[in-house]
Design a protein around this ligand. Structure first.
Ligand code: APR
Length: 235
């Protein structure tokens, strides 16, 4: 019995840009105003944890105020129509889940979760709360945002590799592919699988053999999913 073709979607900050969430590397991106070494490294956390918590409080507030856009909704809708869709996201927001996607792997963690600063397996949903100094895990260690910082291991990477290795088609949306190991996931794609990239930046360097739509996610992704739904298949 042949199984349904598997669409794997690798998303980055650009898919949430039209929901009002800042990307990282644009001229007005997050890293222009916030030194990475101060807010997104273990060393920054050791130096000034309150500064790190405040930075992520602002990110969390931005996510709480945002809503999934047409691109998130189109992917969730495709899955609801019976297509096999897995999302591997570099984003820490929960907009894929709020749009209705059920198979979402967060490579870089989740802003709506806290974790123990000494044991990454001790994780707690934050709900409407933020994290304060003095908030501790069940073993008494300070809580930190459940996000992967520069210089840290990416625990979900092996699972992500396995998902991409099962893809018949990889759709890459809104990522500059500037950060390892996420950018290397494309190399896990089977040799006979296709890859399509949606990003409005025409200067983005794209690996050989990748087809591209130079347009915002909110246009490009629904255009692709409409096409697949009309055809009733990915190919
Ligand atoms: N639709 C689609 N793509 C867009 C849109 C849009 N409306 N607006 C911007 N983009 C694209 C940009 O052209 C760029 O290629 O989104 C990409 C965003 O790139 P980055 O800011 O580098 O974000 P990302 O690739 O997700 O960063 C990867 O770096 O610091 C980290 O951990 C952080 O997960 C993040 C990782």
């Amino acid at each position: 019995m042949s199984k349904a073709p598997h669409l794997v979607v690798l998303t980055g900050a650009g898919i949430s840009a039209e929901s009002g969430i800042q990307t990282f590397r644009a001229a007005d991106g997050l890293w222009a105003d916030h030194p990475i070494e101060d807010v997104a490294t273990p060393e920054g956390w050791a130096r000034d944890p309150q500064r790190v918590l405040s930075f992520y409080d602002a990110r969390r507030d931005q996510v709480r105020g945002a809503r999934p856009n047409a691109a998130h909704r189109a992917l969730a809708n495709l899955e609801a129509r019976g297509f096999e869709v897995s999302i591997v996201t570099q984003n820490i927001d929960d907009l894929h889940e709020r749009a209705g996607s059920r198979r979402v792997l967060h490579l870089h963690g989740e802003i709506m979760m806290a974790r123990s600063s000494v044991d990454e397996r001790m994780r707690y949903p934050l709900g409407r709360r933020n994290i304060a100094m003095g908030d501790v895990c069940d073993r008494g260690s300070q809580l930190r945002p459940d996000v992967v910082w520069f210089g840290e291991a990416v625990p979900a990477y092996q699972d992500a590799c396995e998902i991409v290795a099962e893809a018949d088609l990889l759709l890459v949306v809104g990522t500059s592919l500037a950060v390892m190991p996420a950018a290397a996931l494309i190399n896990e794609l089977p040799f006979d699988a296709d890859c399509v990239l949606v990003d409005p930046d025409e200067s983005l360097r794209v690996p050989a053999g990748v087809a591209r739509l130079v347009m915002p996610a909110g246009e490009g992704v629904p255009a692709l999913t409409r096409h697949w739904q009309r055809e009733g298949r990915l190919f």
